[in-house]
Design a protein around this ligand. Structure first.
Ligand SMILES: Cc1cc2nc3c(=O)[nH]c(=O)nc-3n(C[C@H](O)[C@H](O)[C@H](O)COP(=O)(O)OP(=O)(O)OC[C@H]3O[C@@H](n4cnc5c(N)ncnc54)[C@H](O)[C@@H]3O)c2cc1C
Length: 310
């Protein structure tokens, strides 16, 4: 690394530290303009409006109620009921939307059994409506417990999937272990900061592992969701998929709501590929955005760059 690179990195890290320190004191009105392009409102009605518009544009969606790390069994129960009601609503409104959940939002930090019971309840709702449920992957202290709960769900309910993060060394082995007929895996880079002892740190290594994981997954059975905005990954995998005649019902591309993608998504849709948009909503948008930004201040640079792209 040259001295110039090292100086830029040092300056960026210093700015990130200042931002991280200042974030908790920022008022909601100041954070709102930065968070709002990525959040589909505060209420279920707000989210439904956005979903309907996205469905009309030819996108499938997955809905997420913002929040994580609940502090009590009762709070986890309220969130569970909200997710069950969300499945009812998606069904009655005839929307093309699955649901994504975070295990610590359903009590995983309190007790694995609480999360397991709550996720089972939501999975049975998903199955009732023949809809899909994805168990998001949080940071590494929760990886094993999340995969255990996922395996339990796969054995008991249809339509449940989970997420593997390409920055973790272990993930390629996890993909190989999921070579069964009904696995459903979203592959993403991973949004948390993880230690170099368990995770790739460079952009190139994370990309390479992403590509290896998707190819391994698509060579097996089951369904693979390719969740990235990275044009290099999208183009590389799109070419590989065409060269290997992978059937269109074996995979889909996924992106986060609000991230500018230029004409990339239209190109994918025109090829007949499914594109699903991950749509978060809910009253907890402020706490959630602050926690995410504190954990990974690099997101601030994405958000600023995206403002200019818009
Ligand atoms: C559908 C979906 C579901 C996900 N689920 C999980 C999960 O369960 N667990 C998990 O750890 N991570 C999850 N992620 C996040 C993922 O791990 C990455 O952190 C994120 O997608 C950025 O990586 P990238 O592949 O898009 O590439 P990058 O190179 O990081 O990003 C490419 C470009 O995308 C834009 N961008 C990326 N992320 C953001 C953002 N947050 N805000 C604004 N612009 C952005 C920027 O313009 C950036 O330059 C999910 C991502 C997607 C798309």
């Amino acid at each position: 690394m040259t001295i110039v690179h090292r100086t830029i990195n040092y300056a960026l890290r210093a700015v990130n530290r200042v931002i991280t320190f200042a974030l908790p004191w920022l008022p909601r009105w100041m954070v709102q303009p930065f968070a709002s392009p990525y959040v589909a409102g505060e209420t279920v009605d707000d989210a439904i409006r956005h979903i309907r518009a996205l469905n009309q544009q030819g996108y499938s969606t997955t809905l997420d109620i913002l929040g994580e790390h609940v502090q009590s069994r009762e709070e986890a129960q309220v969130v569970t009921d909200a997710y069950c009601n969300l499945f009812d609503r998606i069904h009655t409104e005839n929307l093309d939307s699955t649901v994504s959940i975070k295990p610590t939002h359903l009590g995983l930090e309190l007790d694995k059994e609480i999360a397991k019971t709550n996720i089972q309840k939501i999975a049975s709702k998903a199955e009732k409506y023949r809809n899909g449920l994805t168990i998001d992957m949080e940071n590494s202290p929760y990886t094993d417990a999340t995969l255990d709960i996922y395996k339990m769900c796969v054995n008991n309910y249809n339509g449940v999937g989970t997420v593997l993060q390409s920055y973790l060394f272990r993930s390629i082995e996890d993909v190989r272990n999921f070579h069964s007929q009904n696995f459903h895996i979203r592959i993403c880079k991973g949004i948390y900061r993880e230690s170099p002892s368990i995770a790739h740190q460079t952009r190139e290594d994370i990309r390479d592992n992403f590509i290896r994981m998707v190819k391994t997954s698509l060579r097996g059975q089951g369904f693979t969701a390719i969740a990235t905005h990275d044009p290099v990954l999208i183009d590389t995998l799109d070419n590989w998929i065409s060269d290997h005649n992978i059937s269109k019902d074996r995979f889909e591309f996924q992106v986060l709501y609000g991230v500018p993608m230029g004409d990339k998504l239209d190109i994918l849709k025109n090829k007949g590929y499914s594109v699903r948009i991950y749509v978060p909503f809910g009253a907890a948008w402020f706490d959630y955005s602050i926690r995410r930004l504190k954990e990974n201040p690099n997101i601030i640079w994405y958000v600023l760059a995206n403002l200019f792209k818009r």
